[in-house]
Design a protein around this ligand. Structure first.
Ligand code: IMP
Ligand code: MG
Length: 181
């Protein structure tokens, strides 16, 4: 596919790397002396999770789940179901759910409820991007790299029709595609 045009670069590779190091330091400090389980949501958060994991100084395990979003019978968005579950349990573990972006909050809230029922010792959220202007359901974001405006963005895991995930920077597209195309 012909890659979409960029309107502007929101965060450069250097800015992203620096911010991930800062957030990793925050997490490592808070969890010093403990093991961590990072849980990534396929596929968007994979790029952020691996970059974050490399900067953590506490012992880390990783696991992944996949979700699929769908509209309900009335056509309202925000319904989410598990398409691939975790490989291992999280009972008694200190868990950080790693997200590419928290937007309306529906996905994150669903995942939190799903994970909380499995007896983790603690459960936190770490997101690369946080777009609070579009929040519909409140979720407790413990760590965020960047707040972003209400524009569709791609790169560093975020896709436009499954492309652009491998970009090293995060960009706003031009012309702006429909949200979540
Ligand atoms: P939420 O349930 O509305 O919070 O949606 C979160 C999911 O929507 C993310 O994990 C992304 O897959 C997708 N998404 C939301 N905004 C964007 C964007 O600007 N670019 C690419 N994907 C997005
Ligand atoms: Mg997507």
């Amino acid at each position: 596919m012909k890659e979409p045009q960029i309107e502007r670069i929101l965060f450069t590779e250097e800015q992203i790397d620096r911010r991930i190091r800062e957030v990793a330091h925050e997490i490592s400090t808070k969890h010093a002396g403990k093991d961590l389980k990072l849980i990534g949501v396929l596929k968007g958060s994979v790029f952020f999770l691996t970059a974050l994991a490399r900067e953590l100084t506490v012992p880390v395990k990783v696991d992944f789940l996949a979700i699929s979003s769908f509209a309900n019978q009335k056509g309202a968005p925000g319904m989410v179901k598990i398409a691939k579950d975790l490989d291992e349990g999280i009972d008694g573990e200190d868990v950080v759910l790693v997200e590419d972006i928290v937007d309306t909050g529906f996905t994150t809230r669903y995942l939190l409820q799903h994970l909380a029922g499995r007896g983790p010792n603690s459960l936190e959220i770490c997101t690369l991007l946080d777009r609070t202007p579009r929040r519909i359901v409140q979720v407790p974001v413990d760590y965020r790299c960047f707040e972003i405006p209400d524009r569709f963005v791609v790169g560093f895991g975020l896709d436009y029709r499954q492309f652009c995930r491998n970009w090293k920077y995060i960009a706003v597209l031009d012309p702006e595609p429909a949200m979540r195309a």
